[in-house]
Design a protein around this ligand. Structure first.
Ligand SMILES: [Zn+2]
Length: 405
């Protein structure tokens, strides 16, 4: 990694071109620009002078040519992000990319494929954990029905979970004074939680309450959306790269880009980094269950179930791939979601909406998590070393393919 060639006027020029191209792309897809806190004049210019997708692609090619031969991490990141702009522009012009091509071009990674038999073996373990009448899916939901956070307890439980994530994060990562977030509860969304980064170290975190929020989601969402996940990631990028180094490309975040694999992967890996299984069980059982008015005696079995359910997470990728490529019908995909992924029926319908809206984005959560975990854990043996590597990964321009050994 060379930093001496990472601040050239040429790279600054390409970075500015890139930001303006992403703003121009945002005119073609309202969900494309996830966060922007750069010069307001650039946004005004993008609005006042809309650019065609063909024009955007030509300009992206020009910017890519300027990067030729530069092997710095910053240049590689700009190149990879620009290539994702080209892919998204192709898709918006009607190009029908298969799932793996889409994930390679947008997210710089490809998920492994698993067949139904692979997941059936994992479902069999859950079958054994929860003996009784009815399908495995029904037994999972019978247990989960006892673990819903009541609506009037949701804010207190989420606040406690986020506070715990923040305390653990601050033991390893210094954050700038004044960093903060607002927590909101919303409905009618295809996702379960979202972090909208506003710049100046501030986030708006939204939790979707369309569906029941189960007690395990408090730690998951708190760590993922806030500390040490998305909020911390964005704060570190702003402090260390945008302000610290003047790398303007980080004042914008295009959702369908390799940066999302790093963002979602670190946000998910941050959960287990913050809480070992034993610490998490103790915290949930002693703090969150009582706050939610739930029976703490259920906690150990539910934690065991969630450990097994987590191993089914790649089924999301396999179901999305087959559904989006047409080898599973909508009804067949719903059946897989219920009986293979073991989602409740209403959650399964929400997942199809998510695949329709987001395409191959699903790989960023589980594959991103595994790639971030493997990378971080290769950098050292102790938990303190893992936190240090995690912090470095979140404030460096390392692209997904560079996480691989
Ligand atoms: Zn996320």
């Amino acid at each position: 990694m060379t930093h001496n060639d990472s601040n050239t006027p040429l790279l600054a020029d390409v970075a500015e071109r890139y930001v303006k191209l992403v703003l121009a792309m945002g005119r073609h897809d309202a969900s494309y620009v996830d966060a922007y806190y750069g010069p307001p004049a650039w946004q005004e210019e993008a609005n006042a002078q809309p650019r065609s997708l063909r024009d955007i692609q030509a300009a992206a090619q020009t910017a890519l040519a300027l990067l030729a031969g530069d092997a710095s991490l910053r240049a590689i990141n700009l190149r990879t992000q620009l290539q994702a702009v080209l892919a998204k522009a192709d898709m918006l012009q009607g190009a029908c990319l298969d799932f793996d091509t889409q994930s390679a071009r947008l997210y710089d990674a490809v998920s492994p494929h698993h067949d139904r038999a692979y997941y059936a073996a994992l479902v069999a373990e859950i079958d054994a954990l929860l003996p009784g009448a009815g399908s495995v899916s029904e037994r999972v939901h019978a247990l989960r029905a006892q673990l819903i956070i009541p609506a009037d307890k949701l804010r207190a439980v989420m606040d406690a979970a986020i506070r715990a994530g923040r305390e653990r994060t601050l033991q390893h990562i210094a954050l700038p004074e004044g960093e903060d977030f607002v927590l909101q509860f919303v409905t009618n969304k295809p996702w379960s939680g979202y972090n909208w980064y506003k710049g100046n170290y501030q986030s708006v975190i939204q939790i979707n309450t369309d569906l029941p929020v189960y007690i395990d989601r408090a730690v998951d969402l708190g760590c993922h959306e806030a500390y040490p996940g998305h909020h911390v990631y964005n704060v570190l990028l702003e402090r260390d790269l945008v302000r610290g180094r003047g790398w303007v490309e980080y004042c914008i975040y295009p959702l369908y880009s390799p940066q999302s694999l790093i963002a979602e992967g670190t946000a998910n890996y941050g959960i287990e980094l913050s809480f070992t299984d034993a610490e998490r069980l103790a915290f949930e059982q002693q703090v969150l269950y009582p706050l939610a008015g739930l029976d703490p005696a259920l906690a150990p079995r539910y934690a065991q179930l969630n450990g097994l359910l987590a191993r089914l997470s790649y089924a999301d990728n396999d179901i999305a791939r087959q559904y989006l490529e047409g080898s599973l019908t909508r009804e067949e995909a719903l059946e897989w979601l219920v009986n293979v992924r073991l989602y409740p029926a209403e959650k399964s319908a929400q997942r199809l909406q998510f695949y329709d809206a987001m395409g191959a984005y699903v790989i960023n959560y589980n594959l991103g998590q595994d790639m971030a975990k493997a990378y971080v854990e290769r950098q050292g043996a102790t938990r303190a070393q893992h936190w240090a590597a995690f912090r470095d990964l979140m404030s460096s321009p390392r692209v997904p393919s560079a996480l691989l050994p």
